[in-house]
Design a protein around this ligand. Structure first.
Ligand code: SF4
Length: 234
């Protein structure tokens, strides 16, 4: 699918439900995977997709700094939907990271830490894929306001990759309605003042009227790099 066709198809999918967007993606892209850190949107996406594609491939990144509740949630999702989640870690171990950069890189240089612990394994997971499904929404932050339902990227090896954002048009309320209506497991920390959950050193609970991602990195940055490391073509 060339960039113009992809753009037109993305526009045509704007009024479609996330399930219909997933159906389209599964029909058109044989080598496809969902990535998730098991936030509310990722849990909803996996629940939807598991009913549509029995051989669903799901991968997640374990940074070695996850909350125990997040690791337990992964197992709950696997058990409920009968899937095995592929878990990737950075090539640089925590011990090596500590030796090379100091023991609290997550304080001294969050960009370097995220690059090693999140972006590098994500790059590896995407190699060979036609399409990558992500659970991001336009209203989560200004950095996500312009996402398209279908986006085109070039991988570092020159191959093409389509990113599929089935929840682009959803709101936080839509996500929670789906989770509760469908009894989808979610992270119990979300009932304890957290609105967005990443690694424990960089995630704080927030006030009820705070922005959804205000508790990440103390408000110093909005993205870890997973959704921004490739330049979008269309
Ligand atoms: Fe490191 Fe924090 Fe990024 Fe996790 S979110 S990879 S701990 S800087």
């Amino acid at each position: 699918m060339n960039s113009q066709t992809l753009h037109e198809q993305s526009q045509a999918l704007e009024g479609q439900s996330p399930e219909d967007i997933l159906r389209f993606a599964f029909e058109h892209f044989p080598k496809i995977a969902i990535s998730t850190a098991f936030g509310p949107e990722g849990c909803a996406l996996v629940a939807m997709a598991a009913g549509l594609k029995p051989d669903l491939r799901v991968f997640t990144i374990d940074t070695d700094f996850l909350f125990p509740e997040s690791v337990q949630l992964r197992a709950r999702i696997e058990a409920k939907y009968g899937i095995t989640v592929e878990v990737l870690r950075g090539e640089v171990t925590i011990a090596e990271q500590n030796r090379r950069f100091g023991v609290r890189l997550f304080e001294s240089d969050t960009n370097q830490c995220c690059a090693l612990r999140k972006v590098e394994p994500t790059r590896r997971a995407l190699v060979g894929l036609d399409a990558w499904v992500a659970g991001i929404r336009r209203d989560q932050s200004s950095t996500r306001a312009e996402i398209a339902i279908l986006e085109s990227y070039d991988q570092p090896d020159g191959s093409s990759l389509v990113k599929v954002n089935p929840l682009a048009n959803w709101t936080r309320k839509d996500t929670w309605k789906y989770l509760l209506d469908n009894e989808v497991p979610y992270n119990p920390l979300l009932d304890s003042g957290y609105k967005s959950i990443g690694c424990w050193p960089c995630t704080q609970p927030v006030a009820a009227d705070d922005d959804e991602r205000a508790g990440r990195w103390g408000g110093h940055k909005a993205e870890c790099g997973i959704h921004t490391f490739m330049e979008r073509k269309a």
